[in-house]
Design a binder for this molecule. Sequence first.
Ligand code: HEM
Length: 445
Amino acid sequence: MSPSGALPRASVADSLGFLADVFIPTAAKGPLIRRPRVEGLAERLGLDRRAVRRMQKLDRKYPGGLLLLRLPLRNQALVLRPGHLHAVLSQSPDPFSPASSEKRAALAHFEPRYVLVSTGAERTARRALQEQALDTASPVHRLADSLLPIIREEAEAMMQGARSKGVLDWDVFNPAWQRAVRRIIFGDAARDDTELTEMLTRLRKDANWSALKPKRRQVREAFLGRVQERIDTAAPGSLAAVMRGRDESDPDAPRDQVPQWLFAFETSGFAAFRALALLATHRNEARLALEEIASDRSGGRRLPFLRATVLESVRLWPTTPMILRQTTRETVWDAGTMPAKCGVLIYVPYFHRDTRRLPLADRFDPALWLRGDGQEDWGVVPFSAGPASCPGRHLVLLCTSALLSNLLRGADFTLQDAGRLSPERPLPGTLNNFSLRFIPGEPPS
Ligand code: HEM
């Protein structure tokens, strides 16, 4: 195909195959809030593994790296090669805008002016505000002195809950983690504001249906009003304190930037809980983690092995499985031209689990991140990449590695049904975090 022609187009059968094996099962899990039952079904039926196989098949049949699906009403491209993935992500937001129409429709339910769905000068200003609050450039957030004690205290409370119930399950883990999250974002006064989290949960459930569900503007206004109150009273040393003194009419829309923190910290909990499952089932790596914790002189600020473990958790089970972009204008590639207003879909598990490029793709291999070689070539992008990549990456790794170190200091955990994650077999394509259960044993000597 010459560069002046259109990109290769998938046959109708291949387009339907993509929808059936990749898009529908992923969307059914819930893009904005996970549906535990579908997550469980996906694990039982091996749906994510099937999705990766489908993508590999498309890549073999259409080797140009980019493919247009044959769909009614819209132009939709798929990214099939790491080089193309990096080209798209490094050229965001223009010509590959993260503010795609489906994301705008979904996020309008609870954060219509959020950076990811903003464009032009507004996007630039809101991104700068996010980077400032999240201290994006620093591996150790400048507020670590106030954040780490919160994590230690809530991890202790979590351990107490687990000991009295006899198990650390999602119902013990998540409420304790959410308390830590509200304190990190707003300060101690928000610790028990479960209503705030519940309001957001209600709106996220609507957002799962995107434009198909009418917006509940009153609930949204009540929620955003509550966020604004929490910002106004945010404690010094909390993330939201950066936003204090700026009201909701500010063009940077501070109150619309914060809901994502609550929401994305929840998925950070998924990543940490799955990381715990990896360590509970991989004895060699657990030993290395304990050695790191025992020799830590940074007060939990620098735990490279535990950070690599969380990175493995989000590589193996990405919490953002689909990265979406939309072209602002026509773009020309070796394989042909991509039209303007074309959706671009990066199905992340395909790149993360492609054993053709990454021989240990289905294994738990923290060394992958410690070696730091050649990730560019594989397209391993749990936090996306380029100018619209996750500005919370380092903060997530700081908080989750600190959580793991506190938990592992408190108990030796045994995963019930450990056969789900055997080091002897390829790891499953889905790991339903809602069904993980750990028995806390004695603390390590
Ligand atoms: C496991 C945890 C997390 C993962 C894997 C993750 C991953 C991602 C990914 C893949 C994107 C890009 C989405 C896209 O391009 O469409 C993103 C964007 C973003 N994330 Fe995270 N994230 C996590 C947690 C967090 C947390 C805790 C925060 C804030 C406290 C955060 C703040 C943001 C923001 C503000 C953006 C939008 C960036 C922009 O539009 O320029 N994330 N994240």
